[in-house]
Write a protein that binds this ligand. Structure first.
Ligand SMILES: NC(=O)c1ccc[n+]([C@@H]2O[C@H](COP(=O)([O-])OP(=O)(O)OC[C@H]3O[C@@H](n4cnc5c(N)ncnc54)[C@H](OP(=O)(O)O)[C@@H]3O)[C@@H](O)[C@H]2O)c1
Length: 346
């Protein structure tokens, strides 16, 4: 590990951010191939997440995955301000934020982005994503059986009205890249057909038990960089996001055996696999030991081709973030959100 000055004269044990692999986006911009997730869910408060952002930056993280719905952008903004005051230039940071579902209306997109920028104390975002392709609002912490009476299916014309405003954000210089999240191949085909500015990134659930090979290959073939959320299999997600069928990546014998051989936590194997495969994982942690281990995992020796092949073989098509709360009519199953047969459900 290379010691890095923390800007106050002392030295912290961290990773030189120049050693962290980068993804080249279609604009030529470089995005660090690992980011820190910032969704504290029910268990990590805003202050705790913001402290992790500041410390992780000190240790060499440069990429932070934020969203207005996470309810902590103001605290993260204060942390990023300190990071920059201590000497990290803005250009070295990669900050993503996301438009929440209740802000899809044409008049809401630009103000919502400005609010995130104000909270994050930034003049521009590196990436701004439409968090979900549905304008369906649900209150934070609501039960998975909760349904909004205003909920609608994906309506492409409506999505494109939102997307036009996303494109305007690029024209205004408020955002360097725009992107999608939680979309499918069927939806992306339409978006790519009609977009003036194509998505540069697509944020999607990706971990060894949910590899989404078709969508993963599709986005890469269209010049879109895949960002993988819940890369460790979200072991601390709340009860309401669990079903009896869910499997546990970090208990998989293949992952555990590689972790034992390397002397690392199984989580680190998931992160190394993700970076080696070509996606950009954004693991969440508020524990220094863990977020440092994840960063070390991507600058140390990659997994062997045999390890990569073994992990490719343990996909269980186990989607963890099913999105039930976004369903729009009674009697539906969560698969209806994900166009499993290639058809967008009405
Ligand atoms: N676009 C979307 O719709 C969407 C959806 C979900 C998530 N996300 C983003 O993706 C990020 C990550 O997803 P996630 O939080 O669901 O799940 P995750 O990153 O797969 O898992 C996070 C959990 O793993 C543990 N962990 C992390 N590194 C570890 C290590 N080295 N050793 C042991 N345990 C470790 C953390 O515990 P400790 O805190 O105890 O270390 C935390 O409980 C979110 O924070 C958010 O930014 C986006």
């Amino acid at each position: 590990m290379k010691p890095l000055p923390d800007g106050r004269g002392s030295v912290a044990a961290g990773i030189d951010p120049r050693l962290v692999p980068k993804r080249t986006l279609y604009t030529g911009a470089l995005m660090p191939a690992i980011g820190l997730g910032t969704f504290g869910s029910d268990h990590a408060g805003a202050g705790q997440v913001a402290a992790a952002v500041k410390d992780a930056a000190l240790l060499g993280y440069r990429h932070f995955d934020c969203a207005s719905i996470y309810g902590n952008e103001d605290r993260i903004g204060a942390a990023l301000r300190e990071v920059m005051e201590q000497g990290t230039p803005r250009e070295e940071l990669w900050v993503t934020s996301k438009l929440w579902n209740d802000k899809h209306a044409e008049a809401d997109v630009i103000p919502s982005c400005r609010k995130s920028l104000a909270d994050l104390q930034l003049e521009y975002l590196d990436a701004y994503l439409v968090h979900w392709p549905f304008p369906n609002f649900h209150p934070p912490h609501c039960d998975v059986s909760s349904r909004s009476p205003d909920a609608r299916p994906y309506i492409h014309e409506n999505f494109m009205q939102t997307w036009r405003q996303m494109e305007n954000l690029v024209d205004l210089g408020l955002v360097r890249h725009i992107g999608t999240s939680n979309v499918t191949i069927a939806k992306l085909k339409l978006i790519l057909r009609d977009a003036r500015i194509a998505p540069a990134v697509n944020e999607m659930e990706l971990h060894p038990h949910f590899q989404q090979p078709e969508l993963f290959e599709f986005v890469r073939a269209h010049g879109i960089a895949p960002i993988g959320y819940s890369p460790i299999g979200s072991p601390a997600r709340p009860e309401r996001d669990r079903t009896a069928e869910d499997t546990v990546d970090i208990e998989d014998p293949v992952i555990v055996s590689i972790a034992r051989r390397l002397g690392v936590h199984a989580a680190v194997v998931c992160v190394k696999w993700a970076v080696g495969r070509g996606q950009t994982p954004i693991p969440f942690s508020t524990k220094r030991r863990n977020y440092l281990a994840n960063l070390q995992g991507v600058v140390s020796a990659p997994l062997t081709p045999e390890d990569m092949r073994a992990i490719a073989g343990i996909d269980k098509t186990c989607r963890l973030i099913k999105g039930q709360v976004f369903l729009w009519k009674a009697g539906q199953s969560w698969e209806d959100l994900w166009d499993v047969d290639g058809v967008i459900k009405a």
